[in-house]
Design a binder for this molecule. Sequence first.
Ligand code: GLU
Length: 442
Amino acid sequence: MTVTTRFAPSPTGSLHVGNIRTALHNWLLAKQASGRFLLRIDDTDLERSREEHVASIKADLEWLGLHWDGEERQSARFDLYEAEFQKLVTAGRVYRCYETAQELELKRKVLLGRGLPPIYDRAALALTDADHAAKAAAGEQPHWRFLLDREAPIEWNDGIRGAQHFDPAKMSDPVVRRADGSWLYLLPSVIDDVAMGITDVLRGEDHVSNTATQVQMFRALGAEPPRFAHEALLTGTEGKLSKRLGSLGVAALREEGIEPEALIALLARLGTSDPVDPALGVEELAASFTLAHFGRAPARFDEAELHRVNAGIVHRLPFARVAHLLPEGMDAGAWAAIRPNLSHIGEAAEWWQVVTGPIAAPALEGEDKVYLAAAAEALAGGAADWQALTGALKESTGRKGKALFLPLRLALTGMEHGPDMAALLGFIGRDEALARLRSAAA
Ligand code: GLU
């Protein structure tokens, strides 16, 4: 069977780092197996779902290069849910309940008070046809619960957590449909996973207990459950799920100059025992993606690390990938010379400004001014490039190392550090370089 994964965001907000990671891992899992990666928009909650969020989720996935091979929308599939639901009604695997939230809360408190687990007591199962008719006559609409099979233990071999066991006798029958007919997440997701041919469900460990009930729903619908894997959640550097992390998304990261390749290089391996390596492209990341390398401990997302990875990525980006982002006149040679000094592509413009000028006036004095006057003379007198210029100055002044190079760099760029001067001098050009040396010597 073709490996088929899905990313199933609810369009109630933009993607944040945590769900970008889930999307990426599902994408890598499919890519590794030459399988299919599907996008499912979980918009059963019509009140909270927004078209603008659907659009931003798609735009973010595209920016990341996580292309999907097919797309479904839950709001367009209500007929399918209804049909499958009716099968469960017929099979007696869903049943009608009428308890209000307050009544359920009271039942819970009583059980907890008696030191018992707060499991729904299935009181509604005892209602007769006459009871239901009376409720209907009184205008009461039922909500629906899925009837767990309490005989067999629930088990699956989790791709990350290993063997999982749940005792259905200790679980409440989950509500799958509200009294107004609307759907809760659990059942539509299973119906879709079956209909879409999903072979692998990879999601956050906050879904583990959902999986326990969903495993039975797959079987109740006559399907084998897919493979499941639940990854530990992301935390911020302080170890908690920070507020920032919950809202940190593509828009903010782009603003900070983070490249999609950096986010992918980091998130692909965050939470695994594999090192983060900016040199690896998506092909290599997919080939080496291994669920068994994921740990159970929360994965720490460190923004400083993301910026370091970003620098590593920028140092490797080919000119063609960045050309449209560079200032006018900056060519492939200039990009190659300047990129090792960048943490973000945007900084290229600052260096190009150093090339084209004007530059900040360097603070130089005394002997250095005399030295720079000699440098101007050497350049005017025919020292054609950096090599020739510094060679001649070394001879004539006896300077070496920092004393030889730093005043030149300061005079020519206004900065103490920066790209390779040999390359930079070429871009600055002889006339401009001469002007800068003379002005620093004056
Ligand atoms: N819409 C659900 C969520 O965002 C999907 C969970 C799943 O992958 O099944 O949590």
